[in-house]
Design a protein around this ligand. Structure first.
Ligand SMILES: Nc1nc2c(ncn2[C@@H]2O[C@H](COP(=O)(O)OP(=O)(O)OP(=O)(O)O)[C@@H](O)[C@H]2O)c(=O)[nH]1
Length: 815
């Protein structure tokens, strides 16, 4: 008898994957979805209970994780091949895999592939027609589809899987094998993309006759290879299941056993693609379909000449828990600069500003430090070179302190801890230090490697120290850029301004951004018209590390978009359009497929009460942040349905849209107001507009609204315990119980339970409550009364009546 790994996991309170890890550690072969012998299970349990459980390592950092996975690959593949035939044969579709020994010239392979594809079109059941536009779609059909189609059908139910590695078995070692395989795959992918990038061949194309196809089939049968399935980096669960030709439920179950509850439409993530592929013993190669269109990657692929590199100012983000003093600290730093250096200068809020210390510049990103801005902060961390984690000395480490640290660590951004509010009598900077040290963030002075600086945003104490520490850190990081080349910058805020159109604050990461430069920026593009710095001064050029507010965009860019200056307006426009089109196509290709399962889900969702809202805010960053926060507000009963969101004032169109929604949507404005037209229209149509300047209030209000949608909680309160001492049968009326109130007070409208020998035999309401002949409202303890139970005439002497009230309590949305 064998025991399922998942059962062992459940028994030990672990994830199946963790059990497999332990098993590996002690030399036991196990798979998350497999079984092990009771002896092995006992060994694992013993090892685990003896504390041998693998230490919880922090998630490997992105790069390392990738490396680790890569290094494992060859091994995994070799193993895969061993039982691959058996596994695949077992699948319900009866797919057969045949191996090939002879290498084939690349060209022949390609031709053959096209021919087989043609054949595939014949033998495959026709895919459901997809939504239009058909022509364009055909031309631009996505790589995803190509990959799915790449499982060339030889005969019905038979899939040829090409083994890209088989021919390389004579290579000396795994690394070589891996390298070669990778290059080959890439080459093949490239070729596929270049020669036949998107278009699937129709059966009539490619000059294939039945005869030649048959021949090919035979040859294929003999020479077939195990094929590595190429899977796009961003793949949804159902797409993955299709790609590896496994039933969706199996994939979802496998994920569950790995401790991941995923829906068919959820994205898998590279890590899980690899793990699942291993589970199913199917070799996969993950690729990034965006790479080809990626203008940023293109920019980055051009290396800068060492001689052109110069030091650039560090870009700093301040993060920390609510009220720990982020804004005050930023203000203090900014004001000290304004006071000392540019007295009288008017600071302009552009989302970032620069300070100078000892002749060196530092750029601070001025992002609002609210929980709701988690997403923005996460983006901020990507632009950021150094993070400052502010912790109030009188409050210590709080949830958002940990979250901020997690963001910095995830982005591999070094951070400095600013222990703030040290002017306060109750300040205890040492407590902050020990709290963080417990989390592994040990101060330098305690032998660790994290810089802690005591500051007071109120008095200014320690601010100089903090700036010096930042510069020191920057020096160690050797932040350099090449001002001689075209610019690459990151958008940190954007909005539409009357008379100016779309405006964005950017920080240049490399190169120099000049006036009149053409640029591409995410889905939009443009030409730099106006550039101003944080003091409101116009600029002709913005150097690496410097922030500026710029105009000249065709459309409002998104915070986090990367701006790259290009040769001409034409290139800018083309690149942005390509990128936009690609993203849109990708979205379409991933839209939910209408299946029975979906319908069921939709029916289920119908039970879920939705609160339709329209979100309008002053900046794209705020829109994103609010959307992010609202999306999280859901439970098994209610959720927020954002039907529209945008930057700008609340307009009549928004009201019309809100009215069109069923039920009508509520319009939420953050730092924006309704136009007078919108106000009137809202009044006419009965649409509610709520505006806020504090995001907390907005979120709290929405929570309140959600609470209102939830079913109220009903609790019971026992009002009286009554003994039946006599029963009178009144003709045409029924049984009247002569009662004695043992305890409590019985009321006319009360509910009642009839209890006989300790068992509830009837549950109903009081039909009447009398004292002697009179109807009464209530009868208290120690009094006699006559009671009729609604719908029940079988009361007996000795029964106990328990009367109760139902108390409805408004449900509260938690979260
Ligand atoms: N005594 C003292 N009070 C401070 C100091 N720094 C900030 N405060 C006060 O702490 C409160 C919160 O400060 P903020 O700067 O608004 O904190 P924040 O972290 O930006 O808050 P959110 O933006 O809401 O996340 C304000 O009342 C400040 O006056 C300080 O160094 N000393």
């Amino acid at each position: 008898m064998k025991i399922k790994v998942s059962e062992v996991a459940r028994e030990l309170g672990l994830k199946a994957k963790e059990v497999v890890d332990i098993a590996k550690e002690i030399g036991i072969e196990a798979k998350t979805r497999g079984e092990i012998s009771p002896m092995d299970a006992a060994k694992i349990q013993e090892y685990f209970l003896n504390g041998g459980k693998k230490e919880e390592k922090p998630k490997p950092k992105k790069e390392e994780a990738k490396k680790e996975v890569k290094e494992e690959k060859p091994q995994r593949r070799r193993r895969s091949r061993g039982s691959f035939n058996d596994l695949v044969k077992k699948t319900q579709k009866g797919i057969e895999v045949v191996k090939k020994a002879e290498p084939k010239p690349e060209l022949e392979k390609k031709e053959e592939k096209q021919e087989i594809q043609a054949e595939t079109q014949k033998s495959k059941p026709k895919p459901k027609p997809k939504p239009q536009p058909a022509k364009k779609r055909e031309e631009k059909e996505l790589q995803i589809n190509v990959d799915l189609a790449d499982m060339d059908v030889i005969e019905e139910n038979q899939v040829e899987l090409l083994d890209l590695y088989f021919n390389d078995l004579n290579l000396k070692n795994d690394e070589e094998l891996e390298e070669k395989a990778k290059t080959k795959t890439q080459q093949q992918q490239q070729k596929q993309k270049k020669t036949q990038p998107v278009k699937r061949k129709k059966p009539s194309e490619g000059g294939i006759t039945k005869e030649t196809a048959k021949k090919k089939k035979k040859k294929k049968k003999k020479d077939a290879e195990i094929k590595t399935i190429v899977i796009p980096k961003e793949v949804r669960v159902y797409e993955f299941a299709e790609a590896i030709n496994k039933p969706l439920e199996e994939v979802i179950e496998a994920l569950r056993e790995l401790g991941e509850e995923r829906d068919k439409n959820d994205f898998l993530g590279e890590e899980y693609i690899e793990t699942l592929a291993e589970e199913f013993e199917i070799p996969v190669e993950v690729y990034d379909p965006l790479a080809e269109f990626d203008y940023v990657k293109k920019y980055d692929s051009v290396e800068d000449d060492e001689n052109d590199l110069v030091e650039r100012p560090p870009i700093v983000t301040i993060m920390g828990h609510v009220d720990h003093g982020k804004t005050s600290l930023l203000d203090r730093i900014r004001n000290s600069r304004v006071a000392a250096k540019e007295a009288g200068g008017i600071t302009q809020h552009i989302g970032a500003y620069m300070v100078e210390k000892d002749g060196k510049k530092i750029t601070f990103i001025d992002t609002p430090g609210h929980e709701a801005f988690t997403e923005m902060r996460a983006r901020g961390a990507q632009v950021t070179d150094i993070a400052i984690i502010v912790v109030a000395a009188d409050d210590g480490v709080m949830p958002q302190t940990k979250e901020a640290i997690a963001h910095a660590q995830a982005a591999e951004v070094p951070f400095i801890v600013a222990v703030n509010k040290i002017d306060k009598p109750q300040a205890n900077p040492d407590l902050v230090k020990s709290q963080l040290a417990e989390m592994g963030i040990t101060p330098v002075e305690w032998g660790g490697e994290y810089e802690f600086v005591n500051v007071s945003a109120k008095t200014g104490e320690g601010i100089d120290d903090l700036l010096e520490t930042i510069l020191l850190q920057a020096e160690m990081m050797e932040l350099k850029a090449n001002p001689k080349r075209k610019a690459k910058a990151v958008v940190i805020e954007s909005r539409v301004e009357k008379g100016k159109g779309p405006v964005a604050t950017i920080i240049v990461k490399n190169g120099t951004l000049k006036k009149a430069d053409s640029f591409v920026c995410g889905k939009t593009y443009g030409r730099v018209r106006l550039m101003i710095d944080d003091l409101g001064k116009p600029k002709k050029e913005v150097l690496p590390g410097e922030p500026a507010e710029i105009t000249g965009f065709d459309e409002v860019p998104m915070a986090g978009d990367v701006l790259v200056a290009v040769e001409s307006d034409k290139i800018a426009k083309e690149t942005a359009e390509k990128w936009k089109e690609f993203l849109e196509e990708r979205e379409k290709s991933k839209s939910t497929k209408a299946t029975l399962e979906d319908l069921q889900k939709m029916i289920l969702e119908g039970e879920l009460k939705k609160l339709p809202v329209i979100v309008k805010a002053d900046t794209q960053g705020s829109v994103e942040a609010i959307k992010g926060s609202l999306a999280k507000l859901k439970n098994e009963e209610v959720k927020v349905d954002i039907i529209h969101s945008d930057v700008g004032a609340i307009t009549e169109n928004d009201v019309i849209l809100a009215k069109a929604s069923e039920p009508h949507a509520i319009i939420l404005g953050f730092n924006v107001r309704p136009t007078s037209g919108a106000k009137n229209k809202a009044k006419q149509e009965g649409i509610e507009i709520r505006t806020y300047s504090i995001i907390y209030d907005l979120i709290d209000d929405v929570k309140e609204l959600l609470s209102g949608l939830m079913t109220p909680k009903v609790t019971e309160e026992v009002t009286a315990t009554i003994e039946v001492r006599d029963v009178f049968m009144v003709p045409k009326v029924g049984a009247v119980a002569g009662c004695y109130v043992q305890d409590g007070v019985v009321h006319r409208g009360d509910f009642v339970r009839v209890i006989r020998d300790g068992v509830v035999i009837y549950d109903s309401k009081l039909a009447s409550l009398k004292r002697f002949k009179d109807d009464v409202k209530e009868v208290g303890k120690g009094f006699e009364c006559g009671i009729m139970v609604e719908g029940y005439n079988d009361v007996k002497v000795g029964d106990i009546l328990e009367t109760y009230r139902k108390i409805e309590e408004k449900a509260k949305f938690e979260g």
